[in-house]
Design a protein around this ligand. Structure first.
Ligand SMILES: Nc1ncnc2c1ncn2[C@@H]1O[C@H](COP(=O)(O)OP(=O)(O)OP(=O)(O)O)[C@@H](O)[C@H]1O
Length: 222
């Protein structure tokens, strides 16, 4: 379970105050809301990439508010995947494990397993500039899974993909999350995406989190 309690974020003139969000274990939560409402900021706070001024964040009742990002057991796929241009696909997947000084043979085993799962074994030695859009997303996903996370965070993971690829990666996300029994927070502007993947849909609007009941997803004005 993810619990964000009374979160306050201040950055320049923008602030979020008293944000409360609960996502049950193994739920697939989708976060929607207008541009600039603070969705990415909230996700980055959860991942430990943005400072919170006050409040607390729990994962499965453990207070992670002051933990380093790599200790939070959260896999993060930022907007556009954010692959490192100078690392091969295999090195990208190995990266979080290298930071944690994992043994080389353990790293190799994880990279091999994740590459098989993501069907990217043939491109492990390729660099991002030669990967297709779908391959890049698969590498970013594999990298997010490398540390064996309990939670996955996706920031608009499908928005840059064409329709065919959108459906392919969308199905892959749904499959992975079930297989690995993960709890998910996924940001999107697409209600279609939210409806097809989400078990819970939240909207961030005017500094408040609103839970959109499942039965009213279709008619809800975003
Ligand atoms: N480092 C920063 N310093 C100051 N202001 C920032 C910083 N990062 C983001 N902001 C501002 O915080 C607000 C929220 O940004 P954020 O990226 O969280 O919104 P968002 O809901 O994810 O938007 P979008 O849907 O367009 O991606 C915006 O007004 C943005 O300009």
């Amino acid at each position: 379970m993810i619990k964000m309690e009374a979160i306050h974020i201040q950055q320049g003139d923008f602030s979020l105050e008293d944000i409360n969000l609960t996502i049950p274990s193994q739920a697939y939560a989708v976060l929607m809301g207008g541009s600039g409402t603070g969705k990415t900021s909230l996700m980055e706070a959860l991942c430990g990439l943005r400072k919170i001024s006050s409040g607390a964040i729990f994962i499965n009742d453990k207070n992670i508010s002051h933990m380093d990002p790599w200790d939070r057991k959260i896999g993060y796929v930022p907007q556009d995947g954010a692959l490192f241009p100078h690392l091969s696909a295999g090195e990208q997947i190995a990266f979080p494990l290298t930071i944690k000084k994992t043994l080389r043979n353990e790293i190799n085993k994880t990279v091999t397993e994740l590459a098989e799962l993501m069907e990217i074994t043939s491109v492990l030695n390729s660099y991002p500039n030669t990967l297709s859009g779908g391959e890049k997303q698969r590498v970013a996903l594999a990298r997010a899974l490398a540390m064996g996370p309990e939670v996955l965070c996706f920031d608009e993971p499908l928005s840059a993909l064409d329709e065919e690829l959108h459906d392919e990666i969308s199905q892959l996300l749904a499959k992975l999350v079930k297989l690995k029994k993960l709890t998910v927070l996924h940001i999107t502007h697409s209600m279609r995406e939210a409806q097809s993947l989400g078990s819970i849909i939240f909207k961030l609007s005017k500094g408040r989190i609103i839970n959109i009941p499942k039965e009213s997803h279709k008619s809800y004005e975003l």
